[in-house]
Design a protein around this ligand. Structure first.
Ligand SMILES: Cc1cc2nc3c(=O)[nH]c(=O)nc-3n(C[C@H](O)[C@H](O)[C@H](O)COP(=O)(O)OP(=O)(O)OC[C@H]3O[C@@H](n4cnc5c(N)ncnc54)[C@H](O)[C@@H]3O)c2cc1C
Length: 136
């Protein structure tokens, strides 16, 4: 193994792997990723494949907005079709209290960066719900 590096990244989950990839693309220098287990064997291996924008910090929102661009161009860049389909994101609340908490939270945190709208489903007794629309 190399004894010197310009960057050492601990952990080869999606965050470490993507960071290493972006640094390599920019020819940042010698980038080493240290992983104690297998590549993407941690939380990344369990992810369900959903992309949402409701995060508590702006950087989380921006990160997921940028990730949409990556998924849209994934096949051109990596030669693999990720089967990425944008169908919206549905968040269910079971009670009026939950709905109000979420709605207040979304107004405060998303600050116009992510569009949400209430949706009433005819196919479920969970009502009302909030459906997250595509990124703005
Ligand atoms: C069941 C489940 C479903 C999920 N579904 C979604 C989803 O649909 N959409 C979504 O956006 N997110 C989802 N997530 C969250 C998402 O999987 C994580 O946010 C993301 O994978 C975190 O990536 P990471 O690289 O930070 O961490 P990890 O993937 O956990 O990677 C960390 C890596 O660091 C390594 N490591 C740790 N310590 C050391 C050390 N000291 N030395 C060397 N290596 C070390 C670990 O072995 C691991 O491989 C889900 C999570 C779970 C658990």
């Amino acid at each position: 193994m190399a004894e010197q590096a310009d960057v050492i990244i601990i952990g080869a989950g999606i965050m470490g792997s993507a960071t290493a990839y972006q640094l390599a693309r920019r020819k940042y220098g010698r980038v080493i990723v240290l992983e104690r287990d297998g590549i993407c064997s941690g939380s990344t291996a369990m992810a369900s494949g959903g992309v949402r924008h409701q995060y508590a910090h702006r950087i989380g929102i921006q990160l997921t907005q940028q990730s949409i661009v990556v998924y849209e161009n994934f096949e051109a860049e990596f030669g693999v079709d990720p089967q990425f389909h944008q169908n919206g994101y549905l968040i269910l609340q079971q009670t009026e209290e939950e709905r109000m908490v979420y709605f207040r939270h979304s107004c405060k945190v998303f600050n116009g960066e992510v569009m949400t709208r209430p949706a009433h489903s005819e196919h479920t007794d969970v009502d009302p719900t909030l459906a997250l629309m595509r990124r703005v």
